[in-house]
Ligand binder design. Structure first.
Ligand SMILES: [Zn+2]
Length: 507
C-alpha cells in the first residue's frame, strides 16, 4: 500500500475580486463580496428601473462560492471520465452511510474530537475500495448492445457508488477565489470524486482508516459536518452528499423492479433489464419492456425536491410569523416551511402552507433567495410574504403540525439575534435530532431549524451561557440555514426597500 496522499481544503479567504475580472470568468458567477466563512453573501440589486429587483442575490451556505465546474457534458463519455478518474491530482471524498470522512482535531481536557474539514484522498490510497480504474471495461465488447451500455461511464450493479463531482478551476485553491478563465473544450482543474464505502463488498463495511493513512479521521454526522466547513467546501459536501444518498437509495428500477446500475459516473441510473439483469421477465429476447426504457420519465436522474420557506410579515412589515414543532430544541422558532406539491406554484405553496399550519391568509409573495439542502436532496426556496388584509388570527388546529406559532416584533428578534446563544444549536442537539430526519414536510422544516451553528461548539456555547447571563427566551436558526438569513435580513432592516414598497402597494 502506498502512503496516502492527503490534501486538505484550505479555509483561508481572499479579498473581494473586481467585477470586471468576474465578468471575464467562465460563468459570470456571483462571487463572495467579502471574506467570510459562514456568512451569506449579498449582491445589491441594480438601481435600474428595468433590473431593479432580481431577487436578493444571496449566496447561501451550501451554495457554490463558487461551485465546482461540474462538466456535465463529460459525464456520459467514458474516455473523458477515465481521464479524470486517473488524473494524478484527482481527489476522493469518502462517504459511509451518508457520513463524510473528515479530519479531526483533539482538544481540551476532555480530549473531545471535533471535525476540522473534509478529508480528500488520492486514487492510489483508496484503490482497495475503488470499483474500477476504468469505466470502459466491457465484459463482452462483441455484443453491440452490451458494449453500447459501457459507452456511458457505467459501473456494474453490484459496485458501490462512485460520483464525478467536477473540477476545481479556481485561480487558487482558497476560500473566496474565483474561477480562472477556462477553455470549455479543454477545461483544466483538479477532479473531485465522491465514493461510497458503506457497502458489504468493502471489507464487510469496515473501512480501515489506518490503512488509508487517515487514522485521525472519522465519518461524521452530516449536519455536524457542515458546522466545520467553509463556504466552498460546504457546496462540495452538499453536492456529494445528495448524490451519494440518491445512488445508494435508488437501487431498483421504479418501472419494473429490476436492479439499477450506475452510468454517467454517478449521475444516472439505468434499468438492469437492458443489460440482462432484469427481473420478472423484463428484458432480453422476447421479454417484457421496462417503461423506463422508452418515453418520458424521471426514473433515471438525481432528484431535487423543492421546498418553500417563508418569512411572513404583518401589514406593517414590523412583525414576522414564526412557529415551532414539539420535537425541536427548547425555545427554537423558525420560519414556516413545506414541500411544493405537484401542480403548485411557489406563491400558491406559500399561501397554502401558511394557511394550513397557522390559519393565516397570505397576500403578496416574493422570492428572496434559495439554498441547496442535502438532507437528503431539497432546494429551499426562500420567500417573503405579506398577510392579506383579512388575514385572520393564528389557528394551529387545521393540520396540527406546529406546537406553537406567534408574531415576533423586529426588536424582540434583534434581541435574540444579538444574544450569544440566540442562534446556537449544540452538538448534542444535532446528534439527538439526526436520526429523526425524514423526507417529509415536517422533517424538512425541522432541518431548516437545525442547521449547523455558526462556528460555536457546545463547549463555547456553555461558556457563553455562563458569562453572558441568562439564556435567551427564544432561539432562531443560524444563518447557515436560509430561515436564519430570512429572519436576520428582515430584523436588521436589510430587505430590499423597493421590493417591500412594491409588494405593499399591491395589497
Ligand atoms: Zn426497469
Amino acid at each position: 500500500m502506498q502512503p496516502a496522499s492527503i490534501a486538505r481544503g484550505h479555509l483561508r479567504t481572499l479579498p473581494a475580486t473586481s467585477s470586471r475580472h468576474l465578468a471575464q470568468t467562465r460563468h459570470l458567477r456571483i462571487p463572495p463580496r467579502s471574506a467570510y466563512q459562514y456568512r451569506s453573501v449579498t449582491i445589491r440589486p441594480s438601481a435600474s428601473a428595468y433590473t431593479g429587483f432580481m431577487g436578493d442575490n444571496i449566496v447561501n451556505f451550501y451554495s457554490g462560492q463558487p461551485p465546482l465546474n461540474r462538466l456535465s457534458f463529460h459525464r456520459n463519455e467514458t474516455t473523458k471520465m477515465d481521464k479524470h478518474l486517473n488524473a494524478s491530482e484527482a481527489k476522493f471524498l469518502l462517504f459511509k452511510d451518508g457520513k463524510p470522512l473528515m479530519s479531526m482535531q483533539t482538544s481540551g481536557e476532555t480530549k473531545d474530537k471535533t471535525p476540522t474539514g473534509l478529508l480528500y484522498l488520492s486514487q492510489s490510497s483508496i484503490t482497495p475500495y475503488l470499483p474500477s480504474k476504468s469505466f470502459a471495461e466491457c465484459p463482452n465488447p462483441e455484443d453491440k448492445d452490451v458494449a453500447k451500455q459501457y459507452q456511458s461511464a457505467r459501473l456494474p450493479t453490484t459496485l458501490p457508488a462512485l460520483v464525478f463531482l467536477g473540477i476545481d478551476d479556481r485561480t487558487e485553491a482558497k476560500e473566496g477565489a474565483v474561477p480562472a478563465e477556462v477553455n470549455p473544450k479543454d477545461p483544466k482543474g483538479v477532479p473531485y470524486f465522491a465514493l461510497d464505502v458503506s457497502g458489504a463488498n468493502v471489507g464487510g463495511g469496515n473501512v480501515d482508516l489506518g490503512e488509508l493513512g487517515a487514522g485521525e479521521a472519522e465519518f461524521v454526522e452530516p449536519r455536524l459536518a457542515g458546522s466545520s466547513l467553509g463556504g466552498w467546501e460546504a457546496n462540495l459536501f452538499a453536492q456529494a452528499r445528495a448524490l451519494m444518498d440518491w445512488n445508494t437509495r435508488y437501487k431498483f428500477c421504479p418501472g419494473c423492479g429490476s436492479p439499477t446500475y450506475s452510468l454517467w459516473c454517478g449521475w444516472k441510473r439505468g434499468c438492469g433489464s437492458v443489460v440482462g439483469e432484469g427481473r420478472d421477465g423484463y428484458g432480453g429476447e422476447g421479454g417484457k419492456v421496462c417503461p423506463s426504457t422508452k418515453g418520458l420519465h424521471n426514473y433515471a436522474y438525481p432528484r431535487t425536491d423543492p421546498v418553500i420557506i417563508m418569512g411572513i410579515l404583518d401589514p406593517t412589515g414590523k412583525k414576522m410569523l414564526m412557529g415551532r414543532q414539539k420535537a425541536w430544541p427548547k425555545g427554537m422558532y423558525s420560519c414556516l416551511a413545506g414541500f411544493i406539491e405537484p401542480g403548485e406554484s411557489i406563491e400558491d405553496a406559500v399561501r397554502r402552507e401558511v394557511m394550513e399550519e397557522a390559519g393565516v391568509k397570505v397576500g403578496q409573495v416574493r422570492y428572496s433567495s434559495c439554498q441547496p439542502w442535502p438532507f437528503p436532496a431539497n432546494l429551499m426556496i426562500g420567500c417573503y410574504g405579506l398577510v392579506a388584509s383579512d388575514a385572520g388570527s393564528i389557528d394551529l388546529e387545521l393540520d396540527n403540525e406546529l406546537e406553537d406559532a406567534r408574531w415576533f416584533t423586529q426588536d424582540s428578534v434583534l434581541d435574540i439575534l444579538n444574544h450569544p446563544e440566540g442562534t446556537n444549536i449544540t452538538r448534542s442537539e444535532h446528534k439527538k435530532f439526526e436520526p429523526k430526519q425524514v423526507n417529509t414536510a415536517s422533517g424538512v422544516q425541522e432541518g431548516a431549524a437545525l442547521a449547523p451553528a455558526e462556528g460555536q461548539t457546545e463547549e463555547s456555547a456553555l461558556e457563553n451561557a455562563r458569562t453572558e447571563g441568562p439564556p435567551p427566551s427564544f432561539r432562531f436558526p443560524p444563518k447557515t440555514a436560509i430561515a436564519g438569513v430570512l429572519i436576520d435580513r428582515w430584523a436588521r432592516g436589510q430587505m430590499d426597500e423597493v421590493a417591500i414598497e412594491s409588494v405593499k402597494n399591491k395589497l
